[in-house]
Design a protein around this ligand. Structure first.
Ligand SMILES: Cc1cc2nc3c(=O)[nH]c(=O)nc-3n(C[C@H](O)[C@H](O)[C@H](O)COP(=O)(O)O)c2cc1C
Length: 347
């Protein structure tokens, strides 16, 4: 996965592909997931360890039509784990927002879905894509794709338990050889899924190669609910091409927006503006850091934010020693000071 993260970052700052002429920008129009109206076709993808309310709020400020949380353990919610409960916070100004759950037990997932609904989420999403062994060993995440009947029972139990839409985030399958994404997606929709967010790599492929959205097209053709395409959609031209070639209703953006929330605006409007200047980058980072400190407390926000500094600084020539100093700063203020110095010296 590190390899793919590097590849995404290496593309930063490269000139974006030119956009074809369009009368209106198709990603800027609203669509619906069940009864929930979403103002545009750009969704912030669920990201474990990243997409807390601070990150989601930032994505919204920059134009994401909807956001999705990091994945939350259904067992954690029903056993009242403090850590999982903290992850369930939904802020009044971040709608529409989905909260993603993982788990394999239909009854536990249904109970957890009720908690998600009570917390104020607009939809509840099921993780059927996580390739991590610890999760798959419990039958959850991508393991549900090896047993679509089991996945369908989870969807059914959750749709019976809540009034908000239940959505599924899935990969193509567990391995390329055994994958049957159209059959699985149809079963989930028959069981009540109101939308499918589709990442066309198999779990065994992790993040290898480029996402093959010809498979997304097969899924779009197989179901009658909105399909949201996920995977390597990092510029407006690619987003438009994926929408047109697959017939999907929307696109999801994961790694491309890490340290680059401006990508949401570009995708939602089709306008490729100038890259943000140093002052804008710093002020964005400061605002995000303040929210992260509120969401997590300073002690947890400090290591959380360390992931982000290299992403924000990716377009700048930063030496290893400078990066190291920033990443070992003991407080958020110290780290932000180091980032400010680096940006000023590179300007
Ligand atoms: C760090 C990281 C964390 C992720 N966490 C989740 C998750 O919690 N739930 C999920 O369904 N997908 C998760 N994904 C997958 C993304 O939502 C997305 O489908 C994938 O990264 C491909 O899209 P991208 O090329 O835009 O990043 C994660 C991906 C990354 C890189």
């Amino acid at each position: 996965m590190r390899k793919r993260m590097r590849a995404v970052l290496a593309n930063r700052g490269r000139e974006a592909a030119p956009l074809p002429d369009t009368d209106s920008w198709p990603l800027g129009s609203p669509f619906r997931i069940g009864g929930v109206e979403i103002a545009n076709r750009v969704i912030q993808a669920p990201l474990a360890g990243i997409a807390n309310w601070a990150y989601r709020t930032q994505s919204r400020r920059h134009g994401a039509g909807a956001t999705v949380s990091e994945m939350l353990a259904s067992q954690g919610l029903i056993h009242d784990s403090r850590k999982t409960r903290d992850m369930l916070v939904v802020k009044p100004d971040e709608h529409p927002v989905g909260v993603q759950l993982f788990g394999a037990d239909p009854e536990a997932m249904a109970r957890a879905a009720r908690e998600v609904e009570q917390a104020g989420a607009d939809f509840v999403d099921i993780n059927m894509g996580c390739p991590v062994k610890k999760i798959c060993r419990t039958g959850a995440g991508a393991a549900l794709l090896a047993d679509p009947g089991g996945g369908a029972r989870v969807v059914e139990a959750m749709t019976a338990a809540v009034d908000i839409p239940v959505t599924v985030k899935m990969r193509r399958g567990t391995t390329p050889a055994t994958a049957q994404p159209t059959i699985a997606a149809r079963r989930f929709v028959d069981a009540g899924a109101a939308a499918i967010c589709f990442h066309p790599r198999a779990a065994a492929e992790e993040y290898d190669g480029l996402a093959d959205h010809t498979i997304t097209r097969e899924v779009v053709d197989a179901v009658e609910v909105p399909v949201i395409a996920s995977g390597d959609i990092n510029d407006p031209a690619t987003a438009l091409e994926v929408m047109r070639s697959t017939g999907c209703q929307a696109v999801a953006v994961g790694r491309g927006a890490l340290g680059n929330p401006w990508l949401f605006t570009a995708l939602a409007t089709g306008e490729i503006g100038d890259p943000p200047g140093p002052a804008e980058v710093i002020s964005e980072l400061e605002r995000f850091a303040a929210d992260a400190c509120e969401a997590l407390g300073e002690a947890r926000a400090c290591p959380y934010l360390r992931k982000f500094y290299p992403w924000y600084l990716a377009p700048l020539p930063v030496s290893k020693a400078e990066l190291q100093a920033m990443l070992t700063a003991p407080t958020v203020d110290d780290a932000l000071g180091a980032v400010r110095d680096l940006v000023a010296s590179a300007a």
